[in-house]
Design a protein around this ligand. Sequence first.
Ligand code: NAP
Length: 583
Amino acid sequence: MPTGGLQRAIGPKIRRIPVHKPLFINFCEEILKRNNMKATSLPPTQRQTAIDQDFDVLIVGGGVAGLYLLYRLRGLGLSAVAFEAGSSVGGTWYWNRYPGCRCDVESLEYSYSFANDLQQEWNWPERYGTQPEILKYINHVTERFNLRRDIRFNTRITSALFCRRKVLWTLCTDRGEIFRAPYCVMATGNLSTPQTPEFSGLDRFKGDWFHTGLWPHDEVKFSGKRVGIIGTGSSGIQSIPHIAQQASHLYVFQRTANFSLPARNGPLDPEIEQRHKSEYSARRKAAFDTPFGIAGYPPPEKSALDVSDKERLQTYEQKWAEGGQISFLYSFNDLLTNKASNDTAAEFVRQKIRKTVKDPIVAELLAPKSHPIGTKRLILDTNYYETYNRNNVTLVDVSNHAIEEITPNGIRTEDGHFTVDSIVFATGFDAMTGAILDIDIGVEDGPSVRDVWKHGPTSYLGLTIAGFPNLFTITGPGSPGVKSQMILSIEQHVDFIANCLQHMKSRDLIQIEATFDAEDLWVKHVRQVADATLYPLANSWYMGVNVPGKPKVFMPYVGGVDRYKKKCDAVVDGGYMGFSMSA
Ligand code: NAP
């Protein structure tokens, strides 16, 4: 039987119906109909909320972004409510509770910067934060700033419709409630729609199965069990060493080998912590002048091809020993733009894998050859490759011999049958667009976001979508969010939105909308920048290729946080260039 929150992964998909509503007045009735409800069938409290609850801003999501937005809006005297599908705050860090889950950005960077007392007082025990530690921090922030009272938990937004005549968004929840406000912000996260491949036979599997992105809250015990894990992305590579320690046998089903570097995690040195904290304000500011939003890594000046073999090797060895993605990708200045340079780094890591893994056949299968290093998320691990030297771990190559079906007691590939008691799906997410498209978002008498994004997401700055007034997306497609220190990008977007609303309020403006021209130019720029790099060479979730039927479009902005922030600042300084605002 499926366990815990898994129902959500396999539960019925929200229907994707384009919105073409002739009259706003019919909207609530229509939405209730779509959700198979009648206003009179709702409990009295819900019926009341359906007509009485008005706010300035409706926020979808109670993760790191939704929380900071609530904080900022409160400071501006605007009323807001956030809707959160989970039973508590945290978003990514609430859902991803799999064994070994940990952030791949260092603790001293991966935190809010908006409150100095907070960043000075909070103590991170390790170089990289574990999921429980990060969730504890997010809960602390929630209590410290008394944010919980404005969040509706266990509430999923199913649809959102904008009425131009009334300048009003109307959002419906899966509980039959209706909320209205002039502004709506999608703080829905980039990796919040888990993907479980539709393997035939899963419904007949007799054991437990889990998705890393929807892990049960109760402890999952693998002791004495035969476990199969499908997927070797960040989630798989983090959890495999932990599951291997418990399971009687672990079968790892790998379709594509990935590059992973040792994290070199450990307790945080109190001296380093103190020094970092004393420099916090300068470091946070300097982070905006860097491509990944993290200060402290001097930009490399040389190409990997302009140094001797000896110097190149020494550089890679030093970075390998240091640990960390940026450090490694900053070995030379062209690792993400020049394939020949990239090959030298990729081969260095492949050699490390060959030296670590004792069985040469397994080592060769684990050595990635399908994509340049860094063009998929460069993974950080602790003892990942070493895990394949254990007697109770088997690597099953499913690159040429795909998984055919799940049987009642195992997994069948074209190569044979593997008997397992539990299956872990580390199969990733419908990234960047999944959570937005799960909501039926539209404008009265206009198309829906689902229509507009049919051939791939379009957006101005990853913050707004032309044709959808008063709607904002935090770290949406077309922004550098997922290619940066995420919390820094979230803060920058929230500040942009909050400052924009303040600007409008002070001038009695009530409607803002990106122009189609500005959006077209931005979309072209995002693609041009990506095309000048090696990123499009990988079949990654950045390209949308991990979801069957999803348009193949490179979604993040890889021009760097520094360039992006300057562009946003110029937009604001120019009087919100590329937007039309009206009273
Ligand atoms: P992912 O990177 O998309 O990896 C999914 C894995 O599942 C891939 O190995 C994929 O193989 C495999 N897979 C999917 N469908 C399959 C099928 N039908 N048969 C066999 N294999 C299949 O997902 P993820 O590991 O959850 O990571 C997603 C992102 O979340 C990361 O890139 C990272 O940005 C973030 N993340 C961060 C951390 C961290 O901070 N440490 C931890 C976890 C996740 P293919 O490659 O062949 O498609």
